[in-house]
Design a protein around this ligand. Structure first.
Ligand SMILES: *Cc1c(COP(=O)(O)O)cnc(C)c1O
Length: 458
């Protein structure tokens, strides 16, 4: 299995190369050359999440690692989860909640980033090299990346956070880690300023040592998607007796939805994928009216979904084109966002068989949290609540919905203070966070200031 860019100019890459490279050389995203198929009877027979992951991960890694090497990585990858099988499932009538927040940073991103970090380390060990992880975060990516990489001595992590809408818990998860290879950089600017700095750094690379890798941990890294594909098959393993499942997914950069779509392409029977967004509705505009155009970011109470463009969306468009036409894809995305994207009607309608979308504002989100608490005694996090709306509306005895619960509510305490809902069980990941000292290094949104600091600590 090899990989290639959605824009056609970076083909025939093995797994280790796309892992370490992140974005393709032509600005596109890496895709597997074909969709490998999973044996559903085998999935049904498995008795744990890790056993299921062992059926999925090797399908993508064989160009760089032997089957046995991959299996031994998969067996030791996911760590510090508070649930014995990593994932919890709660059932309420025709809706199940897939709890993906039992990891060390209390959000689903631990699944993808722990897998990526384990493979990063494997490559670095075999080549005897070191790496810098550089990322920008407006929410949960930064803490999951830091946590996933902190135990690997060959990796130093520098994560930039903007002055912005992340919750204090989210910030403290990054700023209170005391580890000599982790640095939280507070940038006096917006998330876009941080991302611009990351982009420039990947171009210049002038702060690296010779032979040192610069690694991207944003959601376009294919290995993160692999880690997420596994839990869709886990949902099937646990819930297949309910008939074909529908999934409702709280969506920002479209990584989670694309993992669901990938699982479907690999043989997972799915009724519908519901793409649930907050006021940042670029994807809802695409699915409902073929309008994918960039607008300003709105701040909401589900901050990890506050995006202006959805970086993984390019992969879906590419896979929708007949014969996966990379030249069409390149033209479209090279000109975006200056030129908004509108597909020809026939291509656009390919979404109809699988996708629907919904847009849920803060008011409806809080109402759903309150109502679910009142009726079921269950506390949804604000992101999960956005996705729950559609599932509650559309599910019935012949259409079972799985809502992906992407974060633990305790990450967003302000929301619940205002609703007078008390969160009784704090995950270990978050306890004591407000007593710890913060280590934040502050900078202007200035390339030299930031990279001088990296050089000094590299
Ligand atoms: C990252 C994140 C999302 C959005 O996921 P994407 O894969 O970017 O669409 C949703 N909820 C939470 C809590 C997140 O951290």
């Amino acid at each position: 299995m090899l990989f290639h860019s959605t824009r056609g100019k970076d083909p025939d890459k093995d797994f280790a190369s796309i892992l370490m490279q992140g974005l393709a050389e032509d600005g596109g995203l890496f895709m597997p050359d074909y969709w490998p198929q999973v044996d559903l009877d085998e999935i049904k027979s498995k008795t744990s999440f890790v056993e299921i992951a062992k059926c999925v991960v090797p399908l993508f890694t064989s160009s760089s690692f032997s089957y046995d090497e991959t299996i031994s990585i998969v067996e030791s990858t996911w760590h510090d989860f508070e649930h014995q099988d990593l994932i919890g499932i709660r059932e309420f009538n025709s809706v199940s909640i897939l709890e993906l927040f039992h990891g060390p940073t209390a959000a689903f991103k631990d699944f993808g980033l722990q897998l990526a970090a384990a493979f990063f380390n494997k490559v670095l060990e075999s080549e005897n090299k070191t790496a810098i992880v550089l990322g920008a975060t407006s929410g949960d990516t930064g803490s999951a990346a830091i946590d996933a990489c902190k135990s690997y001595e060959r990796i130093k992590s520098f994560i930039m956070l903007p002055n912005g809408n992340m919750s204090e818990v989210q910030r403290r998860q990054m700023s209170t880690i005391k580890s000599s290879n982790v640095f939280a950089l507070r940038i006096n600017g917006t998330f876009d300023d941080c991302q611009d700095l990351v982009k420039l750094a990947f171009k210049q690379r002038d702060f690296l040592k010779t032979d040192q890798y610069l690694l991207a941990v944003n959601s376009i890294n294919w290995t993160r998607i692999i880690g997420q594909i596994c839990y869709y098959f886990y949902a099937y393993n646990q819930l297949h007796q309910k008939g074909n499942l529908s999934f409702s997914i709280p969506t920002g950069n479209f990584g989670n939805v694309f993992a669901c779509y990938s699982a479907h392409k690999m043989g997972l029977p799915i009724n519908k994928i519901s793409v649930a967004v907050n006021d940042n509705d670029i994807l809802h505009r695409f699915f409902s009216s073929n309008d994918y155009s960039k607008k300003l970011v709105h701040e909401t109470i589900s901050p990890s979904m506050d995006i202006s463009v959805a970086s993984n969306f390019e992969r879906l468009v590419y896979d929708f084109f007949l014969n996966r036409d990379s030249s069409k894809c390149a033209k479209m995305f090279d000109n975006f966002p200056i030129k908004p994207i509108e597909l020809d009607v026939e291509t656009w309608q390919r979404k109809d068989s699988l996708f629907s979308s919904s847009k849920v504002d803060d008011l409806e989100t809080t109402k759903t949290i309150q109502e679910t608490y009142k009726v079921n005694g269950y506390i949804l996090d604000p992101h999960t609540a956005v996705a729950a709306v559609e599932a509650i509306k559309k599910s019935d005895s012949s259409n079972h919905f799985v809502v992906l619960s992407t974060a633990h509510p305790a990450k967003f305490p302000k929301v619940y203070e205002e609703l007078n809902i008390e969160i009784n069980s704090l995950p270990a990941a978050l306890s004591g966070l407000f007593k710890k000292e913060e280590h934040l290094h502050s900078f202007d949104a200035d390339y030299n200031q930031v990279t001088d600091f990296i050089k000094l600590n590299n």
